[in-house]
Write a protein of this length. Structure first.
Ligand SMILES: C[S@@+](CC[C@H](N)C(=O)[O-])C[C@H]1O[C@@H](n2cnc3c(N)ncnc32)[C@H](O)[C@@H]1O
Length: 425
């Protein structure tokens, strides 16, 4: 059975910004003509911040009492009628996996409607439930290819965006200032369509941040409690305010970036760093790790930083710094040969070798007995363009018969591969 456990999450919940800008806004500060008309949610007052449930009418009809057998007549059962509301959502996925991302999340809810691509890997969705609701659905579905979402509560044309010279006159700023607590730090996450030179993104972002700071808010890019997301498309600005936990990733567009350090051996190291950050594993100091396909040694270095002793296996040589490290044992040869010659057990086994899906899954299944109790495997499953979602799901099902599949994601540092974390039962 495929079992996917929940990774630790930051538990931030708030629904304060869960609305669309109504079409006839009476807010005197809002640039009405700059807002693309959106269907109005029943019960939503312009300029207000409707809570979840607004627009849901509960009606109980009591005229009928039920049939002769005492079964309630349909008309006596309370009915919930959901008002028509449209939530616009900007989503992000990797350019190689746009189709897979679409296929994956369209299966989550029938209320989802894909509208269009705004850029490579950036799309616009519509649904008839709130942003918070769709965020919970996406989280529970543990989607592999969807990286990031934000609610496009404000859609403003380029022309109208430029018309406004004073930041405080934007409706989203006005709404933010009248609803967000000054105790809650904010962050601005602004992205623009690739190759666009129309707007100076840094300048726009700085202007918004400077204004909010001037009126008493604090900016905290690493630990924000409110995120103002902006996507500058070809013709419109898409702007939304939400909680980091709702966006599926706290990073802009879901892109985690690490700076190269002097001791970074390879950029591959970032993949393992991101995996361990996304799904923290309790690795005991002095524990043992096996790194299959280790050269030049980025992952080995990350494992050393976790306080582990590492057996690094590769047919090509490791970085000299690692060869000189007493906590590293280097096996110069093929992974299969190492596994035949040694019977050592490990707390964690990692594998970043290029193999097709079938060989990779077979190899990983074969190393189960090399793990200590509760031990983990982290590996990258390399995907070819012809590898469809079904094939990935079959592989996960196969792995799930042997391990607990605790994490599956296309991470920011993955290209044509996904990262999988397994735990020995
Ligand atoms: C993507 S690189 C690994 C990069 C590494 N994770 C790092 O952070 O530096 C893949 C490595 O797998 C090695 N490799 C491929 N097949 C192998 C095999 N059957 N046995 C051992 N190493 C193998 C290659 O030599 C290559 O160095």
């Amino acid at each position: 059975m495929l079992r996917i456990a929940t990774p630790p999450q930051r538990g931030i919940r708030s629904r304060a910004f869960n609305h669309e800008v109504p079409r006839k806004c009476t807010n005197k500060f809002a640039p009405h003509d700059s807002v693309i008309p959106l269907p109005r949610a029943e019960g939503v007052d312009c300029g207000g911040f409707p809570q979840d449930g607004v627009g849901v009418k509960r009606t109980t009809r009591t005229a009928q009492t039920g049939d002769r057998k005492g079964r309630p007549n349909k008309k006596t059962v309370p009915t919930h009628r959901k008002a028509t509301m449209t939530t616009k959502i900007i989503f992000t996925c990797h350019e190689f996996f746009c189709d897979a991302a679409l296929q994956e999340f369209m299966s989550v809810s029938t209320s989802l409607k894909f509208i269009k691509w705004l850029d490579v890997g950036v799309g616009l969705l519509e649904c008839e439930v709130t942003f918070s609701e769709i965020s919970v659905l996406f989280k529970n579905a543990k989607l592999i290819f969807l990286r990031h979402i934000f609610p496009a509560q404000y859609v403003i044309s380029h022309k109208n965006f430029q018309k406004i010279s004073d930041v405080q006159d934007y409706a989203f700023i006005k709404d933010f200032a009248s609803n967000a607590s000054k105790q809650e730090p904010f962050s601005i996450q602004l992205r623009a369509v690739r190759g666009s030179a129309t707007h100076n993104s840094t300048e726009i972002s700085r202007k918004i941040a400077d204004h909010l700071k001037a009126v008493g808010y604090t900016e905290d890019k690493r630990h924000p409690e409110n995120i103002i997301s902006v996507f500058i498309g070809e013709t419109n600005f898409y702007i939304g305010i939400s909680k980091p936990g709702e966006n599926l990733s706290i990073w802009s567009g879901g892109m985690r970036r690490y700076a190269m350090r002097d001791d970074t051996i390879s950029r591959s190291a970032f993949k393992l760093m991101e995996a361990l950050e996304s799904y923290p594993i309790d690795l005991r100091e002095g524990g043992r790790a096996l790194d299959l396909g280790a050269a030049p040694g980025g992952w080995t270095n990350v494992l050393l930083e976790q306080g582990l002793h590492v057996v690094a296996v590769d047919t090509v040589s490791l970085d000299p710094v690692l060869l000189a490290n007493k906590k590293v044992e280097y096996f110069n040869g093929r992974a299969h040969d190492y596994l035949k010659t040694s019977s050592k057990k490990f707390d964690i086994i990692v594998n970043d070798m290029s193999m097709n899906i079938v060989s990779s899954v077979r190899l990983v299944c074969s190393i189960k007995n090399r793990l200590g109790d509760g031990g983990h495997v982290i590996f990258t499953l390399k995907l070819k363009s012809q590898d469809k979602l079904d094939k990935i799901k079959d592989s996960l099902a196969q792995l799930g018969r042997i391990f607990d599949v605790v994490f599956v994601k296309h991470l920011s540092h993955n290209r044509s591969e996904i990262t999988i974390i397994l735990q020995k039962r």
